[in-house]
Design a protein around this ligand. Structure first.
Ligand code: BGC
Length: 252
């Protein structure tokens, strides 16, 4: 079997794909990016995924993994926050397998990014509770205990107060853009969010990913938490790399 895989990251604003060297977690060649079609209906996303497989030149022996922005339970989507609700109930593993005419593995996008972090950066995870968060269109979460993933945690949707019933609809970076919040104003929101997650899970560390983590050095100074705060290692390619790694391990 090839030691290369292909990773695809389906997000609210773009669908990205690239080949990945599984041995070192590096993207190989170009990262192809296609804007997510509005509403993201399954048929169009399926065609985009097939197009990315072509563009990247994934050969038959390369496992293909897809990070999807919703929980993926044994291949199925139980709920959907940011793409078309018509995805709910679908078996996406089977759907994408048909679209590209070969087996694909599908997992939650934040779980994929977390897997990349744990597989390719040296974190001491022994008996540690680590909450990995992707901050973007929504808020994705991956919880690891002792290096092992607890999948599909959906911490982006926790209640913060009677007025804030769904955290990501108030604290995600996409809301910062929509409401024109300064980095400092947004940090106050994410502070409240992290405090709530800390109350619930008492993590040893938070790892923050997503595009906003480019500003980690600035905003982390304004955050107070009992846990260690770290920026994600692979930044924007983590979802691609983790999806490829997941598919590779599933096939091995
Ligand atoms: C979804 C999660 C996803 C996150 C980031 C949330 O709205 O419910 O499953 O991981 O967005 O894409």
């Amino acid at each position: 079997m090839s030691t290369y895989g292909m990773g695809i990251d389906i997000g609210g604003s773009s669908i990205k794909g690239a080949l990945v060297d599984i041995e070192n977690g590096c993207v190989y060649g170009e990262v192809h990016v296609i804007p997510t079609p509005s509403e993201a209906p399954a048929e169009v996303v399926g065609e985009t995924v097939a197009q990315l497989v072509e563009l990247c030149g994934a050969t038959e022996d390369m496992p293909i993994g897809i990070g999807f922005p919703a929980p993926v339970v044994r291949g199925r989507i139980p709920s959907m926050a940011n793409l078309s609700p018509t995805w709910v109930g679908m078996d996406v593993a089977e759907f994408f397998t048909n679209c590209v005419s070969r087996p694909v593995s599908v997992l939650n996008d934040a779980d994929a990014a977390g897997i990349a972090q744990f597989s390719y950066s040296h974190i001491d995870s022994h008996e540690q509770v680590i909450v990995f968060l992707t901050l973007g269109t929504g808020i994705g979460s991956a919880i690891f205990y002792d290096g092992k993933l607890f999948p599909n945690t959906e911490l982006g949707h926790i209640h913060l107060s009677s007025k804030i019933q769904n955290a990501e609809k108030w604290a995600a970076p996409s809301i910062r853009t929509r409401d024109n919040l300064s980095l400092e104003e947004w940090t106050q929101r994410i502070q409240l969010y992290l405090s709530r997650v800390e109350d619930l899970f008492n993590p040893d560390s938070f790892i923050l990913g997503g595009g906003i983590s480019e500003h980690f050095d600035t905003f982390s100074k304004w955050l107070t938490t009992g846990a260690t705060l770290l920026p994600a290692a692979l930044r924007n390619h983590a979802g691609i790399v983790g999806a490829a790694r997941y598919a590779y391990d599933a096939r091995a």
